[in-house]
Design a protein. Structure first.
Length: 363
């Protein structure tokens, strides 16, 4: 720690160098909750540095920044915060860093050098303070990726940032909204009605609901991903990919009940990272919601390209895609081949991921 403080005094650009396994962490997040805010004044500079360290450094002048951090989903918790402050200039070099281990009890602060700055906050990163790779600039932080396999429902990775001026002429509290990297694919209701078909009256049995062609990684400050580097459940459900998850239920659900003409509310809430390829190609396929089941003992698939309608751009960050589906015909024999429009009636609603009142959808 003495050596670390010495380095802090010598240069704001220095930060601990550590060995980094690029596959070790994969996460992202948001700090907000309806009626719930986290507030604090931010002191200090690197992890373990104090205001005295800062005052004795080459900066000579230190400014206190006051932040109000909010999260939009009340039941999502914040276990830790990593706060980075960068100079807002062409180089965007690191100015200071602080780790907050117990945000709910935090009433401290962080101090930056005066002037225009960028404040970047990451919650629930899953990365310990001494495990962060070399971060000397905003660009280096932007290269850190979160992994969908490591996400947890109660503590998703979240992040947020803002540009502001640190000086005593701008004493107002600055609000940063922490947003999850993930989006939610919510299958709210589903039924099947084979009226007029040779198999009218047949139920769909052994129903499984899952996502395919899922972007596995997302930069912790990233909003869109044009070409995912690693894909989970490529083309179909893959057991080896499910086994890599802390919580396989993030992308997979089995229904106990059969599907028939009565509406079923499966409460299927699946998660995925942004994925915005322009075209559906083998290297950059569209993310799909797949309904799998048996009709008369034969397995069929009803794949749906997520948010790929007239105005859709694929899966974006911190969104909810809410589906109500009526199946009217047999599906595809390939989970990667969408069915004809005549065999499904799909209602989809898109909204920012935050708590909403219930609403109804008519067919």
């Amino acid at each position: 720690m003495r050596e670390f403080r010495k380095r802090c005094r010598e240069s704001v650009k220095s930060i601990y160098a550590i060995t980094h396994d690029s596959h070790k962490f994969r996460y992202s997040s948001t700090l907000s909750g309806l009626g719930k805010t986290l507030m604090g004044t931010l002191p200090a500079i690197f992890y373990g540095c104090t205001a005295e360290d800062l005052a004795s450094s080459a900066w000579a002048v230190a400014e206190e920044v006051r932040l109000n951090l909010t999260k939009s989903i009340a039941d999502q918790e914040i276990e830790s915060l990593d706060i980075f402050i960068f100079k807002d200039d062409d180089l965007r070099l690191l100015d200071c860093y602080q780790r907050v281990e117990k945000p709910a009890e935090w009433n401290g602060g962080i101090t930056s050098s005066p002037g225009e700055i960028i404040v970047s906050v990451c919650a629930n990163s899953g990365i310990l303070p001494d495990e962060w790779p070399l971060i000397r600039s905003r660009g280096a932080l932007g290269n850190i990726k979160a992994s969908l396999e490591n996400e947890r429902r109660n503590t998703p990775v979240m992040s947020g940032e803002m540009h502001l001026i640190a000086d005593n002429r701008h004493p107002d509290i600055s609000e940063i909204s922490l947003r999850p990297l993930v989006s939610e694919i919510y299958l709210r209701s589903i039924c099947c009605d084979f009226k007029g078909k040779a198999y009218e009256g047949y139920p769909i049995t052994d129903v499984r609901i899952y996502l395919t062609n899922i972007n596995a990684e997302c930069g912790i400050l990233e909003n869109t991903v044009k070409n995912p580097e690693r894909i989970l459940n490529s083309g179909k459900l893959r057991q080896e990919d499910l086994e890599g998850f802390n919580d396989p239920g993030l992308i997979y659900l089995e229904l106990e009940e059969e599907l028939d003409r009565a509406w079923t509310k499966p409460e299927a809430r699946l998660w995925c990272y942004p994925s915005n390829p322009k075209n559906d190609t083998p290297g950059s396929p569209f993310t799909r919601l797949v309904i799998e089941g048996k009709v008369g003992g034969t397995t069929y698939f009803w794949p749906i390209n997520i948010n790929r309608g007239e105005d859709g751009n694929g899966v974006e960050r911190n969104m909810r895609y809410i589906y109500d589906i009526r199946i009217t015909g047999k599906g595809s024999t390939d989970p990667d081949v969408p069915v004809d429009a005549d065999n499904m009636v799909i209602k989809m609603r898109t909204e920012r991921w935050e708590e909403k009142e219930n609403y109804t959808v008519g067919f």
